[in-house]
Design a protein around this ligand. Structure first.
Ligand code: GTP
Ligand code: MG
Length: 369
């Protein structure tokens, strides 16, 4: 598994690759410039040129900028990131649409121009960033990797339907992630609306409303009639104040991919939620197994922007390949470093897959005997 490419070795020793290939031929090894040599072979070749092979291993940490270097005075307040969760059809998207349409900065033509699954909303009391991730895939993926992108969960429960399977799932998600939860009882306008039943059912799950002496904040809304939205936003912002959310904007950006897609014309696109630092056009980055350079970036209204700071959702163009929801995104010094790290990660990934495959083959062989 320790290996060095003929080309890299030539470069490090300051000789031409064909010279190495010739030495290898003398050893009975037919090699190309892209061939990887194991450490023993590389050792033999190196001695021919008066060098010694030293095993140092590749550590991407040496290339990544550590994130623990923030001084308290570098930390600036940032908007909360709020994930909307709840059972199918309970009105998550409707609620977000209603909140967005009350956004004071959203222009006439703005509206819902583009679905990037993450929205920045400017309210009278402050900014909020909302995530609407269908099926909570990104949320689950990120949690599985120990990444925390959400500060607050808004649990949407339809007043006429009550607690359902995915309501319970959402509660478990937020509990496991240790994220505070605000309940939005939606569809209050409906004939069969029964908020007391919702409160009872949720109380049984440990979420007793404040008005009943519990600690859970409830808001009563109608996405359809756009009622109760201000109260809901106020409760979200109150909850956010308690959390005292801060991030350092004056450093290379880091964040997570909440959504990714392949666009015919624009290639691989990733919706990035920046956790710290400022992302600028032209920045080189590593993201999961991919690398790239920010060719262009767009805000949640599809507007081209040049830079974005903490808690901002942006659509990034310039990925070498398609990233995955949950992937960590880190800016690095330049494209060369970015590619190097991604190459290394891809190689390790291939090794893992091969190891898995050979194991499967062996197992099936043993079984078939
Ligand atoms: P999924 O993304 O499929 O899980 O659904 P969702 O939770 O995003 O629900 P969505 O916003 O798509 O709404 C589902 C249905 O409920 C739609 O037909 C909405 O028009 C309706 N609806 C949403 N909010 C309200 C509300 O406040 N009142 C009434 N009467 N209907 C609503
Ligand atoms: Mg929806």
């Amino acid at each position: 598994e320790d290996a060095i490419r003929v080309g890299d070795m030539a470069h490090q020793m300051g000789v031409k690759a064909p010279e190495i290939i010739r030495v290898l031929m003398g050893l009975g090894v037919l090699a190309t410039i892209n061939q990887s040599l194991d450490i023993e072979t590389a050792g033999v070749v190196a001695t021919e040129f008066g060098y010694e092979v030293e095993k140092v291993g590749f550590s991407e940490e040496t290339f990544l900028i550590p994130s623990e270097t923030d001084k308290p005075e570098d930390m600036k307040p940032r908007p909360p990131v709020v994930t909307i969760m709840g059972h199918v059809d309970h009105g998550k998207t409707s609620l977000l649409d209603a909140i967005r349409s009350s956004d004071v900065t959203a222009g006439e033509a703005g509206g819902i121009t583009q679905h990037i699954g993450a929205y920045h909303v400017q309210t009278a009391r402050g900014e909020v960033v909302f995530l609407d991730t269908p099926g909570h895939e990104a949320f689950t993926a990120m949690r599985a990797r120990g990444a925390k992108v959400t500060d607050i969960v808004v649990l949407v429960v339809a007043a006429d339907d009550g607690v359902m399977e995915q309501t319970r799932e959402a509660i478990n998600h937020s509990k496991a992630a240790g994220v505070p939860l605000v309940v939005a009882v939606n569809k209050m306008d409906k004939e069969g609306a029964n908020p007391d039943r919702v409160k009872r059912e949720l109380s049984e799950l440990g979420m007793m409303p404040e008005e009943w002496g519990g600690e859970t904040i409830y808001a009563y809304v109608s996405a359809k009639q756009r009622q109760g939205l201000d109260e809901l936003l106020e409760m979200i912002l109150l909850q956010a104040e308690v959390l005292e959310l801060k991030a350092n904007p004056d450093k290379p950006a880091r964040g997570h991919i909440v959504e990714a897609k392949l666009d015919k014309g624009r290639g691989s696109l990733g919706t990035l939620l920046i956790s710290e630092g400022t992302l600028r056009q032209g920045d080189a980055f590593v993201c999961g197994l991919q690398w790239g350079k920010v060719r262009a970036m767009f805000n949640d209204q599809g507007k081209k922007i040049k830079k974005a700071g903490p808690a901002m959702p942006v659509e990034v163009q310039g990925f070498d390949g398609l990233p995955e929801a949950g992937d960590e995104f880190v800016c690095v010094a330049d494209e060369k470093v970015a590619r190097r790290i991604a190459d290394e990660r891809q190689m390790k990934q291939r090794e893992r897959e091969l190891a898995k495959e050979s194991k499967v083959t062996l197992e099936s062989f043993l079984k078939s005997k």
